[in-house]
Design a protein around this ligand. Structure first.
Ligand code: FAD
Length: 265
């Protein structure tokens, strides 16, 4: 495969390059397989853009781009939007006003030992963890969007995005099953952060040793003790999570101030 130079990174950090590359892939590659958006698909995409535009702790040029995309989607009286119109907006109109989303993928914390591994799916998990943490840290960010006071805003939007657009349909099916089972038990924005963490670990457990596992990045129950020693406890000889510590760790790890701009050009 294509050789890409290895990028030194710290696993205790989140990289803006991964988040922006993920958004690039989502908007320019994944969405491109849907030639027109209408009905539930359009609603799902609008809600996704709403949540990301309001909560993504990104660089100004990218956040402005997302806000412009949102304004355009909301003001449009159309029931059907051709994908090409979205792409036009993302590509051209925006660059004029200095709004810009890079056109190349640059995986850092999400780089894989081969091009077929990690990358986009890793960035999508990362993005949604960041968004659940932002929703918990900034309770007013979703004011006047229809999502105010909804602790499930990010999770339900993620659920519908994954079910509708995520290229891996098997993944969408699994995620939907997990959501159906327990997402309605989530009553606060903090519980939403923990729910996504728990479900991600469930996926890690299921995928350990499978084909999609990068041998350089074995699936683990995360965060490992080296990242968060106080997250782990033992009760009667059995491992248990200290969820209060896990919550604090997630809010720190996925918080805006832990996002590194290294490798972001
Ligand atoms: P990822 O699992 O992508 O994790 C990315 C990073 O998040 C890790 O490097 C780590 O830093 C951090 N992290 C790990 N665990 C947690 C946690 N519990 N909480 C918070 N942060 C964590 N692939 C399949 O083959 N089958 C599936 O059914 C499937 N379902 C998926 C469902 C969803 C919603 C998504 C987004 C992806 C799914 N995938 C599935 C892809 C798979 O989960 C991985 O994303 C992919 O294999 C790449 O793995 P990775 O090693 O980069 O780590």
């Amino acid at each position: 495969g294509t050789q890409v130079e290895w990028k030194v990174f710290e696993k205790s950090k989140v990289y803006m390059a991964d988040l922006e590359s993920g958004l690039h892939y989502l908007l320019r590659v994944e969405l491109a397989t849907h030639k027109t958006l209408e009905g539930e698909e359009l609603k799902t995409f609008k809600d996704f853009v709403t949540v990301v535009a309001k909560l993504f702790p990104g660089r100004q040029s990218v956040v402005k781009l997302l806000e412009t995309l949102l304004e355009w989607l909301v003001s449009l009286p159309l029931e059907k939007i051709p994908y090409d119109a979205i792409l036009d907006l993302v590509n051209n109109k925006m660059r004029i006003s200095g709004l810009y989303l890079g056109e190349q993928v640059q995986w850092v914390g999400c780089q894989g030992s081969s091009v077929a591994l990690r990358g986009y799916p890793c960035s999508l998990w990362t993005l949604f963890h960041v968004l659940t943490v932002q929703a918990a840290n900034r309770p007013d960010a979703l004011a006047n969007t229809g999502f105010e006071d909804d602790p499930l805003a990010v999770l339900q939007t993620m659920r519908r995005y994954i079910g509708t657009f995520f290229g891996c349909q098997e993944c969408g099916k699994h995620f939907e099953e997990m959501a159906q089972e327990s997402v309605n038990q989530v009553k606060t924005v903090d519980e939403a952060v923990l729910w996504l963490w728990r479900k991600h670990n469930q996926v890690n457990a299921r995928l350990a040793g499978s084909m999609s596992e990068d041998p350089m990045f074995p699936k683990t129950q995360w965060p490992t003790p080296d990242l968060c020693p106080t997250c782990h406890e033992e009760q009667e000889g059995l491992h248990v999570w200290n969820e209060q510590m896990v919550l604090a760790f997630l809010k720190q790890h996925y918080g805006a101030s832990n996002i590194s701009l290294k490798y972001s050009s």
